[in-house]
Write a protein that binds this ligand. Structure first.
Ligand SMILES: C[S@@+](CC[C@H](N)C(=O)[O-])C[C@H]1O[C@@H](n2cnc3c(N)ncnc32)[C@H](O)[C@@H]1O
Length: 344
């Protein structure tokens, strides 16, 4: 990076927290939900019991960010921002962004204190990512992520597989929500999809499936711990995205069980980050996941670790490539067995 680019980047850093707090404030006060059509800023403030002058300043700043339009003193969501900011939109990112902010920002204002020797201050304790209740609460956030952009990015990887036209049985390991499974079932009538997740998450996922359309009849849930409970068998595709961190006692053991759950000719696809440069890149993952890492949950995989684990688990063909994604580049590892099956 040139020195002038470094200077510009350092100046831009000052904007980041302000931009995020403006969006968080818009969600918290219900501003976005009231700006579907143009509204007078002062009238909106009065309706919400807020200070009209200060609300106008905030609305102007949201306009400056490109999230609102202002015309004749009236404010409204833009065509591009409305799907992500309006609560009634199926792609609203509210639950996702607020959940991710809790995970990624909590304790940020005490970063220096966290680096001192000794235990992290109790008041900045992070959620325990191995706690089943954490994920049950997180289904809403994951669903919002999947609806807004995640499922689309993942679907593109799956439908590009050479096996796609003949896939019938799919297992989504650590699914997080019903969104990807439903999108797959809607895309191809031949597909039967099993969503495997921790038991605490299943009622939330099943409830959403019960409200979904006809394709939901071909999507089933299975609650369990993928380290101990049966994964089923005869899968043409096992998909696992951003979940293998929780493999125990190690990832090779889980991947061996995944291989055995495949039908002859079946394929396993992993969608996880791959850190490079001695864990200094990509910036999106290294910086984005810093706070959890500082709490001792430095879970990101180094690039190549999962490829090695796949070979160790008995797969004999592994293709690996990097794809762009909203939260930073992701490594797609596609594993097959030449002997055509998952048997040892
Ligand atoms: C970061 S989320 C990823 C969700 C989704 N696959 C995605 O890519 O957005 C991790 C998921 O793995 C699930 N999970 C964690 N440990 C698990 C275990 N031992 N057995 C089954 N699922 C597990 C969590 O409940 C959560 O839904």
């Amino acid at each position: 990076m040139s020195s002038s680019a470094v200077a510009a980047m350092l100046c831009d850093l000052l904007q980041g927290p302000i931009r995020w707090q403006l969006v968080a404030c818009g969600f918290e006060l219900g501003l976005f939900a009231r700006l579907e059509s143009p509204r007078d800023g002062a009238a909106l403030a009065t309706e919400l019991g807020l200070d009209p002058t200060r609300v106008t300043l905030v609305l102007d700043a949201l306009c400056a960010m490109g999230l609102l339009d202002k015309a004749g003193g009236r404010y409204a969501l833009t065509t591009a921002s409305a799907p992500y900011l309006h609560d009634a939109s199926p792609r609203c990112m509210r639950a996702m962004l607020l959940g991710m902010a809790r995970l990624r920002h909590q304790g940020l204002d005490r970063l220096a204190a966290l680096l001192r020797a000794g235990a992290a201050p109790a008041d900045t304790a992070m959620p325990d990512l191995t706690d089943p209740d954490y994920w049950a609460r997180g289904v809403a956030g994951l669903r919002a992520f999947h609806r807004a952009l995640g499922a689309e990015e993942m679907l593109a990887v799956i439908t590009a597989l050479p096996e796609w036209p003949r896939l019938r049985r799919v297992l989504d390991l650590g699914a997080g929500s019903e969104v990807l499974g439903l999108a797959l079932a809607e895309r191809a009538e031949r597909l039967r999809v099993t969503l495997f997740d921790l038991p605490g998450n299943i009622p939330h996922i099943s409830a959403a499936l019960a409200e979904a359309g006809a394709a939901a009849a071909r999507v089933e849930t299975r609650g369990g711990d993928y380290n101990h409970d049966a994964l089923g068998e005869g899968h043409d595709l096992v998909w696992s995205a951003m979940t293998l961190y929780y493999a125990a006692p190690d990832v090779v053991t889980l991947l061996r069980r995944v291989r055995r759950s495949l039908a002859p000719g079946g394929v396993f696809v992993s969608y996880h980050e791959g850190l490079e440069g001695a864990r200094t890149a990509p910036e999106a993952h290294v910086v984005g996941r810093l706070l959890p890492a500082l709490r001792g949950q430095d879970l990101s995989f180094d690039r190549g670790v999962l490829v090695e684990a796949l070979f160790a688990a008995g797969f004999d063909q592994v293709e690996s490539r990097c794809v762009p994604a909203a939260f930073g580049p992701m490594q797609v590892d596609i594993a097959r067995c030449r002997n055509g099956g998952g048997r040892d």
